[in-house]
Design a protein around this ligand. Sequence first.
Ligand SMILES: O=C(O)CCC(=O)C(=O)O
Length: 276
Amino acid sequence: MSYQNQDLVSSKAEYWQKGYTVLSGLFNASQIERMRQECSRLWLLLGLGDDLNLRTEFRRGPDNDYVFDRLDPVIDISPVLADAAMFSPLLEAVDTVLGGQSELLKCKLIRKDPGTKGYAVHQDFLYWKWLGINPDQLCSVAINLFESGEDSGGIAFYPAQHQTLIPGPMGNESGDCDIARIDTSINELPLLAAGDVVIFHSLTPHFSGPNLSDRSRTILLPSYCLTNDSGLYEKYYTREIIRRCEDMIGFERYLTQLSGFQRALLTREPVLTPSE
Ligand SMILES: O=C(O)CCC(=O)C(=O)O
C-alpha cells in the first residue's frame, strides 16, 4: 500500500515546520504482529543480558537495577525487522520528507518494559556530528509496535526547535542539550496507535519518561540520511563499535559489578596450590 501523495506533501510540510510528523496506515496489522513476535523472539536470545554484549545497552529498570532495553544494531540478526526498515512505502515517505534518495544510517530496537526509565532531552545529531553531514539530511523514524502515550513512556518532542545544535550545560557544552536553552513551554507527545510512524529531524529535541503502564513500549528506530553513499551504515557501525569500547558505553552494569567482583576475588580462598 502506498501512502497518498497528497498526505505526504502535508506530512513533509509539517515535518519541516515542527521538526516531526506522524504517519498512520503505512504498516498493516499483520506486519505489526510479525514484528511483535519477532521482538519476543529476539528478547529471548541467549547472551543478550550479558554485560559484555556490544549490541545491548542497559537502563535503570523498576527496582533501579540495570535492565537491557535496546538492541543496536538489530537488523543483521532479524530479517523481519530488516524488511520493516527497508519497507518501500516507508522509504518513499522518508525520501519525500527529506527531498531525495535516502540510505539507512542505523537501526535499533527499543523495548521499554513496565517500570523502565526514560531518556533525557537530547538531539540525535550530537551523536552524528562526526559524519560531517548537514543535519537537514538526517532523520529518525519511530515505528510504534503497540499503542503508546505518556503513561507508557512515549517520546515527546519540542516542536519547531530543529534549527541548530543546542550546546550542553555550562561545563559540559559538548554534551546533550541544556534544557535551559530550549523553549520548554510546549512539548508534544503524540498518542500513537500500533503501526503509527513518527519521522523526526536529527536536531529535534526530544525525551521520554518511564514506562508507568503495565505493557511494554516497543519501537523500531531506523535512521536515514539523504545521500547516495551506500556505505554509510557500515561506516556508522564500524565507528560505533570502537566508540562503545573506548568510552565504555553500554557497560554500566558491568562496571558497577566489577569493583564488587574484585573485592570477592581478593577474599577468595586459593583453589590451586602453586607448584614450586
Ligand atoms: O525510546 C525512547 O523512549 C527514546 C529513544 C530516543 O530518544 C533515542 O533513541 O534517541
